[in-house]
Design a binder for this molecule. Sequence first.
Ligand code: ZN
Length: 350
Amino acid sequence: MLSEPEITVSERPAPFFPPENEPKNEPAAADERYPIVLSFVGDCTLGQDINTSHSFKFSSVYEKNGPEYFLGAVKSIFESDDFTVANCEGALTDGETARYKPEDGPKYWFRGPPEYARVFSAGGVDAVNLANNHVMDFGAEGYEDTRDALAKAGVEFFGRDAVLVKEIRGLKIGFFGLSTSSGASLIKEKTDELKRQGARVIVASFHGGLTEISYVPTPSQIFAARAAVDNGAMVVVEHHPHVLQGIERYKNGVIAYSLGNFCFGGNVNPSDKDTMILQVEISEERGEIKCEYRAIPASVSSRKEYNDFRPRVLEGGEAARVEAKILGLSEKLVDGGAEEPSRQEPSGDV
Ligand SMILES: [Zn+2]
């Protein structure tokens, strides 16, 4: 039985966010639009595996609580920033036909009905990445349904073939999404395309790495992320390993190797519920754009003993623990990554 969790959302830290009620009709200083704040979260599976035998699942929680419930404890953060991006790890479709997967591929088919796209819009998520190993679980038709459902809910998307350019307070920010197994030339193709469309800031979203719990990125994850920065990306977020991995500064960019799960209907009780909201603050100094970041420690669930699919910001000792964990994982990155598996689960653009 699911009772309504008691949630306290952390107050947003004052110095970091742009002031509300900015004075209007005044001659704008050159960079009054800054800082621009972007938020990123990891895997959101709005629905569950079609073969799940649990009676407690994402769908039953949706039926009982509606779309507002799921991101209700983090919504104030997503609505106070300038743009919020998640990874849509599953199809939003009523289609029944699960896509054939090779034997060594994923064993799960994630699906929720199209109306579940409202979880994103009700929760303040502005755009989602679609380059991952589950958005095609119900084939081309399921993918089409997913894009239609997102568009209908007013949620933008990018990934696979689609790039997105968004003008945020006068600054053009471009987004692309690929698998971490993408080669350097494909990555360059995407950054070039976004530059041609006028993007001054490029955000790369990569899906890949190991699915069994792995806190260290694979060489492919590192290669893809750094190749994106080498080609002009400023922010790189990765996902797929289901747990957090470290964050690094590389050249002019910031790379988060795994954002972990976020609103994740794929597992009713993941052993590691730690996650984060990565916030990137973009500003400009003498014509040069730069970014700062911070990780807001969070949990995928408001309940410790199971996953209630309602992520929350952590506080006090729990927040300090996850902060220390992220720092520790980030320090480990100098070692250069985990061994690449011999058989890697297809993770995007598949
Ligand atoms: Zn995945």
